[in-house]
Design a protein around this ligand. Structure first.
Ligand code: AMP
Length: 145
């Protein structure tokens, strides 16, 4: 089957269509947000436009407003829900910069004073259980109601 002239859906399209499970913390008409399975810090969230633009540079200007509005809303909820002192908000763009999933996504990473979070590629933290991951998702969702 040809899907939008591409051979396959991206992993994030499979998540939003329900084919792959994820902790979805936010969804509107154009965007959604999930917890990253390999978080730089617990609560690390990805904000994703439903349209599978390949990188940040391919998002049409006319779509940036709605996407950034969703991203700011989710970022505020991550900060408030997890009582973070700050956030890193990052778009890895192209493989040379560490992009692995070619469906644009913003990383929203909660940070705490002196937390020593390792932002280097290939490093991540781990949830102790699916329940712990769900608890983080619920705290973020509570701030999006
Ligand atoms: P990037 O390297 O910027 O393309 O980031 C891709 C991110 O997607 C990584 O941080 C992965 O841990 C994350 N990721 C990949 N597959 C999944 C998934 N099924 N559910 C949640 N996050 C995922």
């Amino acid at each position: 089957m040809v899907y939008n002239d591409r051979m396959d859906k991206t992993i994030f399209e499979k998540i939003i269509s329900g084919e792959i499970p994820a902790e979805i913390v936010y969804e509107d008409e154009n965007s959604f947000a999930i917890l990253d399975i390999a978080p730089k810090s617990l609560g690390h969230t990805l904000v994703i436009p439903k349209s599978p633009y390949r990188t940040f540079l391919e998002i049409p200007q006319s779509k940036l407003g709605q996407y950034f509005t969703a991203m700011q809303k989710v970022a505020q909820a991550v900060k408030d829900g997890l009582k973070a002192d700050g956030l890193n908000i990052v778009f890895n763009t192209e493989a040379a910069a560490g992009q692995e999933v070619f469906h644009v996504h913003a990383h929203v990473i909660p940070r705490y004073e002196n937390d020593r979070t390792d932002m280097n590629p290939g490093t991540h933290q781990t949830y102790s259980s699916p329940d712990e991951m769900k608890e983080y998702a619920e705290k973020i969702k509570a701030c999006l109601k």
